[in-house]
Design a protein around this ligand. Structure first.
Ligand code: ADE
Length: 228
């Protein structure tokens, strides 16, 4: 996968790229580029945003600035991009990210993520340059960067070879393997701590029984609502 993140804070992604599973993804040939619209702005003094027409608080990311950044990166008119690749704006009101959506994105060869700041994007960016908007929850962040990292974190760990243990992204919370249920509980050594024991079946070495128990646990968690 080749992922481009358009952000006014490209240095934030330096830290992100060093995290183990992201670094693994990059080492195995996937790409992550942070693109700074300030570097290609047609305006003076690195200006990228402006006050909203009609008044109101905050600043809005300008459509001409985003167009220049996308043109410079893809050597194309950005209105043509949505037909060629997914161009995603991070917005609080967008489609909510969940495991199925992340799996869908993980199948894409190319992703473009646009991070807004301040009051967000000029609406014409959303209308003409993007395929969709993604939200990581119904609350407002100061910008799309953390949301982009959340999206990339969950998408990259689904790519083959990125996690140490191949199985671990298949059978986990909300995955198809668990029929969309939260994951079953895990235990490790010590088998007893302060009188708190581990379910006997997990110590039995009986793989079929372990499997049944885990599926049952995942199912009952699904029916009982969110975990406390
Ligand atoms: N930008 C600001 N808030 C956001 C959110 N909750 N999800 C995605 N992008 C955002």
């Amino acid at each position: 996968m080749k992922a481009d993140v358009f952000t006014l804070f490209p240095q934030w992604f330096g830290w992100f790229a060093e995290q183990r599973h992201v670094a693994n993804a990059l080492a195995s040939g996937h790409e992550l580029h942070a693109v700074d619209p300030r570097a290609t702005t047609p305006l003076k003094w690195g200006q990228v945003d402006d006050t909203p027409f009609g008044g109101g608080a905050g600043m809005v990311l300008r459509v001409d600035v985003m167009e220049a950044a996308l043109r410079a990166r893809y050597d194309a008119d950005p209105v043509e991009l949505p037909a060629r690749r997914r161009v995603i704006a991070l917005t609080p009101g967008g489609r909510l990210l969940d495991d199925a959506f992340a799996s869908e994105l993980a199948r894409e060869p190319d992703l473009t993520l646009l991070c807004g700041r301040y009051e967000g994007f000029d609406e014409r960016i959303l209308e003409h340059f993007v395929t969709e908007q993604i939200s990581i929850g119904r609350y407002v962040l100061a910008g799309g960067e953390l949301a982009a990292m959340v999206v990339l974190d969950t998408v990259l760990r689904k790519l083959p070879g990125v996690l140490g243990d191949e199985a671990s992204a298949v059978e986990e919370s909300f995955s198809e393997a668990l029929a969309g249920a939260p994951e079953y509980p895990h235990y490790t050594r010590p088998a007893e701590w302060r009188g708190w024991t581990v379910p006997e079946v997990l110590l039995s070495g009986h793989h079929a029984r372990v499997r049944d128990w885990r599926l049952e646990q995942a199912r009952s968690r699904a029916h009982n609502g969110p975990l406390p």
